[in-house]
Design a protein around this ligand. Structure first.
Ligand code: HEM
Length: 92
């Protein structure tokens, strides 16, 4: 596979504090996606030490040579997860 699959957010190259912030926002409900909100389930199972560890690890990884999004596809996504209202054009 080349590039990053459509609708799958790339997590490399994001600052550690941004990652910590997003995971914390899902834990408190400040950030929400349409149901099924996969990331809310993931984030709520992470202890503070887990959030710190995964954010530090992700932020320390080098970007792959091809970090461009792959072209859109009609193939169903491997997992059914909702999208943020702002990403699907809905009201915030
Ligand atoms: C420890 C494991 C995981 C971490 C650290 C993680 C982290 C993140 C972060 C930081 C974002 C936000 C990216 C941004 O703001 O640009 C995100 C988005 C997302 N993640 Fe995860 N993720 C994990 C596992 C998963 C799993 C297992 C799923 C699916 C079952 C998933 C589905 C998604 C989806 C669908 C989005 C986009 C949500 C939206 O549209 O707002 N993630 N993830």
């Amino acid at each position: 596979m080349t590039g990053v699959s459509p609708a799958v957010p790339g997590l490399l190259g994001l600052p550690r504090d941004y990652l910590v912030g997003q995971l914390g926002a899902w834990q408190t409900g400040l950030r929400q996606a349409f149901a099924p909100d996969c990331m809310a389930h993931v984030a709520k199972r992470l202890a503070p030490a887990d959030v710190a560890a995964v954010s530090s690890w992700l932020a320390a990884q080098p970007l792959p040579a091809d970090a461009h999004p792959a072209p859109p596809t009609r193939e169903p996504l491997p997992l059914k997860c909702g999208l943020s209202p702002q990403r699907s054009g809905g009201a915030r």
